[in-house]
Design a protein around this ligand. Structure first.
Ligand code: FES
Length: 578
């Protein structure tokens, strides 16, 4: 079988000499160039991405598996995206990282790829890039941290930070306690412990069929994650021999499975953007509405924060995603093929929940109708999303008056101002925080409750923005409003005191302002001036698409395959030296 790496390593003459000789400076013996599959291990390790800081350990395990199966493993670094440190937001760099992954794979002699990811955006970025090349590929995520432990109870990364912050702001928690809590929250390698974006993406990757079964939830420091990495190394070599590529696994059925699983696990709203973007790369038609049609009616089958009580550690011990998928087998496409070369039905056969308090069934779920809802109306003609499972139910049918913040800076400057005219029925609006308005669409959609209302005991309010929300966050936040304010969507025209109606049951978000009045306001509207930007920000602003299509760049849709487009040394002298 002719492999792509043969065009580098099995050539006679100076091209082959150059390719092999410099690899030998790492001590590589000649027999590694005998035509065996070359497996790239794409590593997002970085000390600036603490959630991925242990990935070099997993890379070593993958290498062992590849060598054992007769492959030649080669680890390479790509850009990493650390959620907690990068400014303004990792989402701004997701597409950039995907370009790094795509070009690094295509430009180099590899036949299959293992993607090592973990923190929120590293997973979709790596998959998006890999899809545009379409080699045999398996994902290994880094796994969640162990449960945080604080003052005798378990605390979840992200979710409990929001609660602690509310307590700290309201004076219910001292500064010393607040700092102690941050120490106790992160006590091992791994990513966020709640069903936030990292855990949601990891579960979605398993549901897409791109990960070994059961891999999503294994704690980062559990030896079974290393074992899974070893088996991944074994399996990717086989996948190359079978020529089982991403495009054969990522079918419409696979994406439908991912959407349904994300609904049943109470997964992050960020996943919507990532699934749409991945589908766009591999060429599968998916629509924002699919998330509502396929997922909104599904019940919540896991009792994990932010929607429930437990954390990823308990989820793994209770059976993890295979148990959830078995419980959903009547609605999922269980015949969809996976990286194992076999179906979900085969992969999950016999899987069961070992703790019904953590993993429920379709008959005994933790909540009905828990999936993401897609709203339409004159405020969001191209759609907006809300996650009812993370919000107070009474707010799902609501009418209130707008309190408008025109930017993130405006919000921070005035939110705790006691003279702000609002009450618990007010609808908080934050404009210009969408993909173009605040490049990267930051996770600020769960605006903090104004202090004057917090002091009155208000715990949730309706909040509207064109921003995103952290997967670890909660609240009645309507997100991803499209078109966003910065491109002149009606959302840009909302003013203080306007009445707004949110009707989740009827999928409606309506601004009670006449079309004539909106037309007048539009005459006076001015687009924000972003023209002074240079470099990557300029590229981002020129090419980023709206939230309803996944915030990818228009120039990155689809793929270019694994062929190198420009050949500097010809192909005529390809000869096997074996
Ligand atoms: Fe990295 Fe949450 S901050 S996964």
């Amino acid at each position: 079988m002719e492999l792509r790496s043969h065009r580098w390593f099995l050539r006679n003459g100076p091209a082959g000499f150059k390719s092999r000789s410099r690899m030998k400076n790492q001590g590589t013996p000649q027999q590694m160039f005998d035509g065996r599959p070359v497996i790239g291990i794409c590593n997002t390790w970085s000390e600036l991405t603490p959630c991925n800081a242990h990935l070099r350990i997993l890379a070593e395990q993958v290498k062992r598996g590849v060598l054992e199966a007769g492959g030649f493993p080669l680890e390479f670094p790509v850009m990493s995206l650390g959620e907690t440190l990068m400014r303004p937001t990792t989402m701004m760099y997701r597409n950039l990282m995907s370009m790094d992954v795509e070009e690094s794979i295509r430009a180099n002699p590899m036949d299959g790829v293992v993607l090592l990811t973990g923190c929120d955006k590293t997973t979709p970025a790596a998959i998006m890039g890999a899809c545009s090349v379409d080699l045999p590929t398996i994902v290994v995520t880094g796994g969640p941290m162990l449960n945080g432990k604080f003052q005798g109870r378990d605390i979840g990364a992200g979710t409990d930070k929001w609660r602690f912050t509310d307590d700290w702001r309201a004076g219910r928690m001292t500064n010393d306690e607040y700092i102690e809590a941050e120490t106790c929250m992160s006590r091992s390698d791994g990513h966020c412990t709640t069903m936030g974006t990292a855990s949601s993406m990891s579960s979605v990757v398993e549901a897409l069929g791109l990960m070994l079964p059961g891999g999503a939830a294994i704690p980062a420091v559990d030896s079974r994650r290393r074992r899974m990495s070893h088996f991944t190394g074994n399996r990717i070599v086989e996948m190359v021999k079978e020529d089982l590529r991403l495009s054969q696994i990522l079918t419409r059925d696979a994406f439908e499975n991912a959407i349904m699983v994300n609904a049943a696990i109470g997964g992050s709203t960020n996943v919507i953007l990532h699934i749409l973007a991945i589908a766009g790369r591999i060429g599968v038609e998916m629509d924002l509405k699919d998330f509502d049609t396929l997922g909104s009616h599904l019940p919540l089958l896991v009792n994990l924060k932010p929607a429930g009580e437990y954390l990823m550690e308990e989820f793994y011990y209770a059976g993890g995603l295979p148990a959830v998928m078995q419980n959903m087998k009547d609605v999922l496409h269980m015949d969809a093929i996976t990286v194992m070369g076999q179906s979900h039905a085969e992969n999950t056969e016999g899987a069961e929940s070992f703790n019904d308090d953590v993993i429920g069934s379709m008959d005994k779920p933790f909540q009905e109708n828990a999936g993401i809802v897609v709203l339409y109306g004159n405020l969001c003609p191209d759609g907006a999303v809300i996650k009812p499972s993370a919000a107070e139910r009474h707010l799902m049918q609501h009418r209130g008056q707008a309190v408008v913040f025109t930017s993130l800076e405006d919000f921070h400057a005035r939110v705790d101002d006691d003279s702000l005219d609002l009450n618990e029925n007010s609808v908080l609006i934050m404009q210009n925080v969408g993909p173009k308005g605040f490049p990267g669409m930051p996770e600020v959609g769960n605006m903090s409750i104004p202090k004057q209302l917090l002091d009155q005991g208000v715990t949730d309010m309706v909040r509207l923005s064109d921003a995103r929300m952290s997967g670890t966050a909660y609240g009645a936040a309507v997100l991803h409003i499209a078109p966003e304010a910065a491109v002149g969507g009606n959302f840009a025209l909302v003013q203080d005191g306007d009445w707004i109606e949110l009707d989740v049951e009827n999928r409606r978000l309506h601004l009670e302002v006449s079309d004539e009045e909106l037309a007048q306001r539009r005459e006076a509207w001015q687009a924000p001036d972003n023209h002074s930007q240079r470099g990557y920000t300029r590229i981002f602003l020129n090419h980023v698409m709206q939230a309803d299509t996944g915030v990818d760049f228009d120039i990155l849709l689809g793929g270019s395959g694994d062929e190198v487009a420009y050949k500097t040394d010809g192909q005529a002298d390809v000869k096997h030296t074996k």
